[in-house]
Design a protein around this ligand. Structure first.
Ligand code: ZN
Ligand code: ZN
Length: 771
C-alpha cells in the first residue's frame, strides 16, 4: 500500500482547474504563472469570458498538491476565490512549459466579477515621485495591484481590448514590462506611461485648450487661486474648488442650486486632515484603505476651513487622493484640501463624457482638467462614517461595487432587486453572493432610469447570472416599480413587490443570518401596506410566507400640504402645536420662515381647522425635522435629510435635560408631547440639550417597545435599519436599551442602512424567504 502511494506521487497527472471569484484584473494569472513554475508544473492559465480563470496543469501529484496549497495561501491581496472546481483529465505531457494563454470568450460559470477601482498603491506612488523612474510624474501610473477596473471594463474577459485602455496601444517599454513574468506589471491591463497612455489637458469653460506643460499642477494652482475646475477622474467628474476661500464656494452653491448641502473634500494627506478634523484609529484605516471612501469626520476645534463647506454640521466628508493625478494637484500649492464634489446636476447621474461635461458644466466651472480616456461605467465616490468601531455606509460605490457581499447561506434562486426611488442601487443575489451596483442616485427621471437599467444589464452580464425573480417596492408609481414590471414581463421572471421597511429589516436578517427578528426601521418615507406614509416602524419579521407584522410604530402626525411639509418642516411642527398657548406669538416671530409669510400661515391654520390637504405619517425623519424647525436649526430642507442631520449635529454635545419618559398609547410611541415640551422649553433649556433629549426619547421609546414585543414572542434579537440608522446618537441609545434588556442588537455592517441597501433587502426576500 505504502509503496503504491509513493509510486503514485511520482506519477504524471493532468488536471483542469476552474477558479471563480474576483480573479481577473487582480494579478491572478501572473500569480498562477509564478506558483506553477515554482512547483515545476507545465500547462497554461487563461481568463474566461465569464470572469473566471481556467488553469491546466501537468506534473506530479506532489507538485499539484504544492500548487493547490500556494493557490489558497499566497493569492494576491485583491483576489477573492469563491470556488475551485478541479477535474482530472486523460492524457498528459502535452506542454513543454507553463504559459499565459490568450483569453477565451467562453462563458460557462456564474458569479465571478471584475474588481472595483482600486486606489494607487504605495509602490506606484513611490515610482510617481522618483525622478529616476520611467513613470516619474505619470498621472495614471498603475500596476496589477491598483488602478481603475470596473469603470473601464466594456466586456469580458478582462483584457485590454475589452477596456477603454484599448485606445492606447502599449509602447515598447510598457510592452516589455507587460510581457515580463518578473515584473509587477506582467499582464497588467492598465499599464501605460507618458508616451503611450492617456494624456491630461486643461481647457477653459468652453473647451478651448490652454497650453500648459504641466496641466495637472496648473489646475492645482488655479484651484488654490480661487477658480472652479472640473476634474475628470476614473469614474466621473468632480467639481473642485478651494476650501479656504468663500468666493468660489458661494459661486458654486449658487450655480449648483445647493445652498446648504455639504461638499466633500479631498485632502493632500492624513496630516493635513488632522489640521481641521478629528481622526480616530479606525477612521484612519478607512481613509487610507485601498477603497478610499469619503469618510465623515468630526470637525476639530481647530477647524479653519470655510464654513460654507458643511454649513451647520459637526462633521465634514473627506477622502484622500486615489490616483496619481489627485496627488499631483497638491504639488505646487499649500492647500490642505480641495472641495471635490460630484459634478452631477440634481437628480442626474454622474457625468462621464467630455462632451457632456462641457455641455452641463460650462456655466459652473472656470476650467476643465480633462484626460482622454473614456469612462465605460460611471461610479460615484463612496461615503461612510464610523460609529465607534462600526463602519456605516452612507453610500457604497467606488472601491466597493461590484465586489460581492458574501453571505452565510446560498439563495434558493437567483433574484434581483431594483430598489426604491432615492439613493438607489440594484442588486443581484446569486448563491451566497450579493452583487450590489454602484450608486445610481434618485430614480425620478429618464436619465437615472436608463442608468439603472444599463447598470442592471451590465451586472447580469458580468456575473453571468440567470435571474429568476425580480423584486421592487410596493409603491405603484415608482419608476423602479414600472421598470421591474417591464423586465419581469420581457424575461418571464417572477415579480415581487416588497414593502419598504420590511425590505430594510430583511436585509439586516440575511446580512447577519438571523431567522426571526424584531426590527426597528426609521427613515423619511416608505409606502405602507395600505398606501399610508410609514417611517417609524417596529416590525416582527420571519422568513415564512407571512413575511412581517407591523407590531408598533410612532404616532401619526399630520403633513400639511403633503410634500410641502417635507420641504418646510415648520409645517409639521405647526400641525402638532397649533392649539398651544403661545403659538401665535411664535408664528409671528417666524413668519419669514414660511415662504409666503402670513398668508401661508393663515391657509395652514384653515387646513388644520377643516382637516383637509393633510397626509398623516409615522415617519421618524419627519419628527426629527419638526424638532429641528422648532429649535430654529433648519426651516427649509434643501437636501435629503438636512433638518435631521443638523439636529444630530446640534445634539452632539448635549445632555438629556428634558428627561421625558416615553409616552405609549398601546403599541404607539407618542410624539405630540415630545414636540410640545420642546416647544415650551425652547427658551428655558439649551438647544443642544433639547436636540439630544429628542434623540434619547425616540431611541429609548422605540427600543423599549421592541424589547417588550421581543420578550412577548421569545425573540432574542432586535435590529435597527433605515436611513435614520446612520444617526450615531439614535443608534447608540437604542443599543443601550436593547443590551440592558439582555437582548442582541444588530445593525448593518456591509450594507447601507439607507435606501442604498434597499435593493439588497428586496433581492433577499426573493432569494431566501418563503413566498
Ligand atoms: Zn500600483
Ligand atoms: Zn508606454
Amino acid at each position: 500500500m505504502y509503496h503504491f502511494s509513493r509510486m503514485k506521487r511520482w506519477l504524471h497527472v493532468r488536471v483542469r482547474i476552474n477558479v471563480t471569484g474576483i480573479v481577473q484584473g487582480v494579478g491572478f494569472r501572473p500569480f498562477i504563472y509564478r506558483i506553477a513554475v515554482r512547483n515545476s508544473l507545465k500547462g497554461y492559465v487563461r481568463n474566461m469570458g465569464d470572469a473566471g480563470v481556467e488553469i491546466l496543469l501537468e506534473g506530479t501529484e506532489t507538485s499539484i498538491k504544492g500548487f493547490m496549497q500556494d493557490l489558497q495561501e499566497k493569492k494576491p491581496p485583491l483576489a477573492q476565490i469563491h470556488n475551485i472546481i478541479t477535474k482530472r483529465l486523460e492524457g498528459g505531457e502535452e506542454y513543454q512549459e507553463f504559459t499565459i494563454h490568450k483569453s477565451s470568450e467562453q462563458i460557462e460559470l456564474s458569479g465571478s466579477v471584475i474588481p472595483p477601482d482600486i486606489a494607487i498603491c504605495n509602490e506606484c506612488l513611490t515610482e510617481l515621485r522618483n525622478p529616476k523612474d520611467p513613470r516619474y510624474e505619470y498621472f495614471f501610473i498603475t500596476c496589477t495591484d491598483c488602478g481603475p477596473r470596473y469603470t473601464i471594463i466594456e466586456g469580458l474577459p478582462y483584457d485590454r481590448k475589452n477596456t477603454t485602455m484599448r485606445d492606447f496601444p502599449m509602447c515598447h517599454f510598457c510592452k516589455s514590462e507587460y510581457t515580463n513574468p518578473q515584473n509587477r506589471r506582467f499582464h497588467a491591463q492598465t499599464v501605460a506611461d507618458t508616451k503611450c497612455g492617456p494624456k491630461a489637458y486643461l481647457t477653459n469653460a468652453h473647451g478651448k485648450s490652454i497650453e500648459s506643460k504641466d496641466p495637472i499642477r496648473e489646475a492645482g494652482k488655479l484651484l488654490s487661486e480661487g477658480y472652479i475646475v472640473a476634474v475628470k477622474g476614473y469614474g466621473g467628474f468632480h467639481v473642485a474648488a478651494s476650501t479656504t476661500k468663500d468666493e468660489p464656494l458661494i459661486r458654486l452653491r449658487k450655480v449648483k442650486h445647493r445652498s446648504q448641502k455639504p461638499f466633500a473634500m479631498m485632502a493632500r494627506s492624513l496630516e493635513a486632515i488632522r489640521t481641521f478634523a478629528e481622526v480616530s484609529k479606525s477612521e484612519q484605516e478607512l481613509l487610507t484603505s485601498h477603497t478610499r471612501p469619503i469618510v465623515l469626520l468630526n470637525k476639530s476645534d481647530a477647524y479653519c476651513l470655510s464654513d460654507l463647506i458643511a454649513p451647520s454640521l459637526h462633521n465634514v466628508g473627506v477622502m484622500l487622493p486615489y490616483t496619481g493625478l489627485h496627488y499631483m494637484l497638491f504639488d505646487k500649492v499649500n492647500d490642505s484640501a480641495f472641495v471635490m464634489t460630484s459634478a452631477n446636476p440634481p437628480n442626474q447621474p454622474i457625468i462621464n463624457d467630455n462632451e457632456e461635461a462641457l455641455r452641463m458644466l460650462a456655466d459652473t466651472v472656470d476650467y476643465f482638467l480633462f484626460h482622454n480616456r473614456r469612462i465605460a461605467y460611471r461610479c460615484d465616490d463612496s461615503v461612510a462614517r464610523m460609529h465607534e468601531k462600526d463602519l456605516v455606509f452612507i453610500r457604497r460605490s467606488r472601491g466597493y461595487a461590484p465586489a460581492p457581499i458574501m453571505l452565510t447561506e446560498k439563495a434558493k434562486c437567483c433574484s434581483m432587486g431594483l430598489g426604491g426611488e432615492l439613493n438607489n442601487t440594484a442588486c443581484i443575489l446569486l448563491d451566497n453572493k450579493a452583487f450590489i451596483s454602484q450608486h445610481i442616485g434618485d430614480v425620478e427621471n429618464i436619465e437615472t432610469r436608463n442608468f439603472l437599467e444599463n447598470t442592471t444589464r451590465h451586472l447580469i452580464r458580468l456575473t453571468n447570472s440567470r435571474v429568476e425573480a425580480i423584486a421592487c417596492d410596493l409603491h405603484p408609481k415608482f419608476t423602479t416599480t414600472k421598470l421591474a414590471q417591464d423586465l419581469a414581463k420581457e424575461n418571464d421572471w417572477q415579480l415581487l413587490q416588497i414593502q419598504h421597511h420590511y425590505a430594510h429589516i430583511a436585509a439586516l436578517m440575511v446580512e447577519h443570518d438571523v431567522k426571526e427578528i424584531v426590527g426597528i426601521c426609521c427613515d423619511g418615507y416608505g409606502y405602507g401596506i395600505n398606501g399610508e406614509a410609514w417611517g417609524g416602524e417596529v416590525l416582527h419579521c420571519t422568513r415564512e410566507s407571512s413575511g412581517f407584522k407591523r407590531i408598533a410604530h410612532l404616532e401619526e402626525q399630520p403633513l400639511i400640504g403633503g410634500d410641502l411639509a417635507t420641504r418646510y418642516p415648520l409645517r409639521i411642527a405647526l400641525g402638532v402645536l397649533y392649539n398651544n398657548a403661545d403659538v401665535e406669538k411664535w408664528l409671528q416671530e417666524n413668519e419669514k420662515c414660511f415662504p409666503h409669510g402670513e398668508k401661508e400661515i393663515e391657509i395652514i391654520l384653515q387646513q388644520l381647522e377643516k382637516r383637509n390637504g393633510i397626509i398623516k405619517t409615522t415617519s421618524c425623519g419627519r419628527v426629527l425635522d419638526a424638532v429641528s424647525a422648532i429649535l430654529g436649526l433648519c426651516y427649509e430642507r434643501t437636501y435629503e435629510g438636512e433638518p435631521a442631520m443638523k439636529l444630530e449635529s446640534a445634539a452632539m454635545k448635549g445632555k438629556d435635560t428634558l428627561k421625558l419618559k416615553p409616552i405609549m398609547k398601546g403599541n404607539i410611541l407618542g410624539t405630540t408631547r415630545l414636540l410640545k415640551e420642546i416647544f415650551e422649553k425652547r427658551e428655558e433649556l439649551q438647544t443642544a440639550d433639547l436636540a439630544y433629549s429628542a434623540h434619547v426619547y425616540i431611541a429609548t421609546g422605540l427600543a423599549s417597545l421592541a424589547v417588550e414585543k421581543a420578550s412577548e414572542n421569545s425573540i432574542s434579537t432586535i435590529g435597527f435599519s433605515g436611513g435614520t440608522a446612520c444617526n450615531r446618537i439614535l443608534t447608540s441609545k437604542m443599543r443601550e436599551t436593547v443590551e440592558a434588556a439582555g437582548l442582541q442588537f444588530l445593525v448593518h455592517r456591509a450594507i447601507p442602512p439607507g435606501d442604498g441597501g434597499l435593493s439588497f433587502g428586496q433581492a433577499v426576500v426573493g432569494g431566501f424567504f418563503d413566498s
